[in-house]
Design a protein around this ligand. Sequence first.
Ligand SMILES: [Zn+2]
Length: 124
Amino acid sequence: MPAIFNTEYSTLFPRTYANTAWLIDNQDGEILKKLSDVKFEELKDKSFELISVVEMLCEVCLKPMSAKSKFLRKIQISTGEDYKNLLNRASIHDRVEIDIEKCKIYFYDHDFPGDIHPKCIEKL
Ligand SMILES: [Zn+2]
């Protein structure tokens, strides 16, 4: 069984977090690219780890508080068909980002666990 983590978002995915539109302080967000911006040629003959990331959003500000990540499986991109299947799969998620250097593809979704940032509670 794959390990499931539930950690402070910025600790678990510092680079992913830096790449979200929500974060103003974008330090090295260049590393993760949107899957839709990556061409088949860049992925061809490589294998990638697919990782599901569920962002737990604050009920008040809708920004992520934490994230659960889960390793799904490894895939090999050899043919245009493999690439098409990957894009089809990506279309059902909130967004999909890829780290070509580390060969990881992150599928993002979100959930509302019913939590609120301490700072947001003060605003209520
Ligand atoms: Zn909040």
